[in-house]
Design a protein around this ligand. Structure first.
Ligand code: FEO
Ligand code: CA
Ligand code: CA
Length: 699
């Protein structure tokens, strides 16, 4: 039975990412309203006439149910919804329209045998029948010794620096040696929504206190969580000695080939190696050596008054910023401190087991809007890191390290492993389609060979060694490649993609999955038109790319690719679910973060669904007879995005980011009452979900 689409309003057309204007403003610095920063004329996926037609038969079952989606009734987009109930902690599917559909299918792939949650607009986290949930930790909960209880009316920077930060995004769970019922939760705090944090916030005149609270609410959080042995419930353990906050003012060390370069020197740091803080950490990754990686994404929005061409390529504006931080610290004013902005846009690495350690920014992984950084090892133990640059028409990258990981936990071994991302080669992806260009008409219609697919190469752009760095890009020094990485991608003709977000290699098959969220500018005006890897013009629902690297070797410089998922309403002929019949898959729009469960199923969270329902989390089989069967597992409250999914045997963990972020909403006029109900301030939070009968997820 098809899941019915909810009868709600058409999503806002004025905000191309499907988000509210407030999300665009605070999260991305209105990225979609600026000119497309990639105006390079490098080619897009080229034409190679396919020798063979119809390598795989496409199954496109006729839709059996026709649903009038977006029928014009009131919805969340563009309007403040009525206050709703507090967070559901009962385990029932909350919100009538989100009720699970039918019984769990025993035919679904192992790990995905739950009743799909129907699309809905409930102001709640809605989970499948038979599942329960709890809020693990909320914005403002004290985690460090001496931090006060949360009081949004009296918030201070000192209090916030000891409390869980705002807008949790990427999540990692790591084991704690000797503490078997506890795990270490690491979270990104991507950005702040000042109008939802401060009563009476005046955007034209923020106060120093508000700005300093925002600095302390950005960054990273480390907090020990305790498991309930009978369920999947997790609770935070305040004041644990491993708990830590990293903020916009914590000292970082710049490492790798660009560290110490003139491009990174400032008046406060003539060495070019020390920088305060990390900003806009979106998704990330966990390394095999027990650290966490965090991508600095839309860092451009914090820097004012630039007119340089290199900054324009990164979307750094010529005027004041939204948050006006430049009024309170001149390092955010490019006109006064031109190189500070070169010290953001990196992958940062944290050793969460050492709360006194100085986190690092790795210049060898390049500087761009890193969505995430996911790691796997070559057979001989060298790290390979995948990272997408989340911007319309930007690229995705791979770093292959030259040093081998060592095993052990001594200080020397740990220090060695923390240097693994300083030496190696950075590559950018170029994709070539195998169908004639004329068959890619921009509608999403499959070409005659039945698949959007082709071959690809990783183009080296620079190599860092212990003795120095070498550029592989004509006209750019190695330092320039590592600091102005987007320009290097332009010069070598990387493929312009539809917002490359999270990337995840399957731990079972080794295939690599790249989430491409959307790109409503594809094919519009002078922008690049559809190609086989980005086959829809005005692509509002996004797609997922599957890469098969040569001989399964992650260090390979060539790969085959195909589109695994072309997202949208399954009734839309332009959608594709890896060939699985479309009459029993969940609608999905705007894939963003991806993760694997222990069974090898891919889990996808969404950001900015354009189907009129709330964002959510979905599981999909990537192999076997159920490959492509996509099932929605949960939905998030009004205005929220689903982030940071982790799927363990007994538990699903998600970060509910920016709940209540709806145009016009304020502290006084909230658009959501999640998670604590009416009269309480809306708070981003981490949620754990488990099966009420104590069994594993989806079996
Ligand atoms: Fe922070 Fe690309 O999402
Ligand atoms: Ca093809
Ligand atoms: Ca994201």
């Amino acid at each position: 039975m098809r899941k019915l689409l909810p009868l709600i309003g058409t999503p806002s057309q004025s905000h191309p990412g499907g988000r509210s204007a407030m999300t665009c403003r605070f999260r991305c610095g209105d990225a979609c309203f600026h000119e497309v920063p990639n105006t390079s004329d490098n080619e897009y996926v080229g034409e190679i006439i396919a020798g063979a037609i119809g390598r795989r038969t496409m199954v496109r079952a006729a839709a059996v149910v026709t649903v009038a989606a977006a029928a014009g009734t009131a919805g969340v987009a563009g309007a403040l919804p009525a206050a709703a109930a507090p967070a559901d902690t009962s385990g029932k599917s909350s919100g009538n329209s989100g009720k699970s559909s039918g019984k769990p299918s025993a035919k679904a792939a192992r790990g995905l045998r739950y009743s799909s949650v129907a699309p809905n607009t409930a102001d709640a986290v809605t989970v499948p029948d038979g599942y329960a949930q709890n809020v693990v930790i909320r914005w403002g909960e004290p985690i460090l010794r001496g931090a006060p209880a949360f009081d949004p009316e009296k918030q201070t920077a000192a209090a916030q620096a000891g409390q869980f930060g705002y807008n949790n995004d990427f999540l990692a769970l790591l084991p704690i040696p000797g503490e078997c019922d506890r795990q270490l939760l690491v979270a990104n705090h991507e950005y702040t929504d000042e109008v939802l944090m401060f009563r009476g916030y005046d955007a034209a005149n923020p106060t120093r206190q508000q700005v300093e609270v925002a600095w302390a609410a950005h960054g990273l959080g480390v907090v020990v969580v305790e498991e309930d042995r009978r369920t999947g419930k997790l609770t935070a353990v305040p004041r644990h000695h491993l708990n830590r906050r990293v903020t916009a003012t914590t000292e970082f060390r710049l490492t790798g080939p660009a560290a110490g370069s003139d491009l990174l020197k400032t008046s406060a740091d003539p060495t070019g190696t020390k920088v305060l803080g990390t900003l806009n950490n979106c998704s990330g990754g966990t390394t095999p050596w027990g650290t966490t990686l965090h991508g600095e994404e839309n860092f451009n929005q914090y820097f004012a008054n630039s007119g340089r061409a290199t900054d324009k390529r990164y979307g750094i504006g010529t005027g004041a910023t939204e948050r006006k931080w430049e009024r309170f610290d001149k390092r955010f004013d490019v006109a006064q401190e031109p190189n500070e902005v070169h010290r953001f846009g990196y992958v940062v690495e944290l050793d969460p087991y050492d709360p006194t350690s100085t986190p690092r920014k790795h210049t060898a992984l390049g500087r761009f809007k890193h969505e995430a950084a996911t790691v796997r090892l070559t057979d001989d133990g060298r790290p390979v890191v995948y990272s997408g640059d989340d911007e319309r028409f930007d690229y995705f990258y791979k770093f292959v390290g030259s040093k081998r990981m060592k095993k052990g936990s001594s200080r020397a071994v740990r220090e060695h492993n923390l240097s693994l991302l300083d030496e190696g080669t950075l590559y950018v992806a170029r994709l070539t389609g195998d169908s004639p260009t004329i068959e890619i008409d921009g509608t999403g219609k499959l070409p005659a060979d039945g698949e959007f697919d082709g071959s690809g190469e990783w183009i080296p752009i620079a190599t860092a060694t212990a003795k120095g760095a070498v550029s592989h890009v004509e006209g750019m020094s190695a330092e320039e490649v590592f600091v102005f990485t987007r320009l290097a991608g332009d010069k070598v003709g990387a493929t312009k993609m539809d917002r490359p977000e999270d990337i995840q290699p399957s731990p079972v098959t080794g295939k690599v999955y790249v989430a491409l969220t959307n790109n409503t500018n594809r094919g519009v005006g002078a922008n690049a038109k559809a190609d086989e890897a980005n086959p829809r013009n005005a692509n509002k629902h996004g797609h997922i790319l599957e890469l098969t690297e040569r001989l399964g070797r992650p260090e390979s410089t060539t790969f085959a690719w195909s589109l695994f998922l072309v997202a949208g309403d399954p009734d839309d002929p332009a959608t594709y679910f890896a060939g699985f019949p479309k009459d029993d898959v969940s609608p999905i729009s705007c894939p963003d973060n991806v993760a694997f469960d222990p069974h090898g199923n891919l889990w996808i969270s969404t950001d900015g669904s354009q189907l009129g329902s709330h964002d959510g989390l979905f599981g999909v089989a990537t192999r076997g007879s159920r490959r492509g069967e996509l099932k929605q597992f949960l939905t998030v409250p009004n205005g929220a995005e689903t982030c940071g999914p982790i799927v363990q045997d007994r538990r699903v963990l998600v970060a509910v980011q920016h709940p209540g972020e709806v145009d016009g909403a304020t502290v006084e006029k909230p658009a959501s009452t999640w998670p604590d109900g009416p009269g309480k301030i809306v708070r981003p939070a981490v949620v754990a979900v488990w099966r009420k009968d104590g069994e594993d997820i989806g079996v």
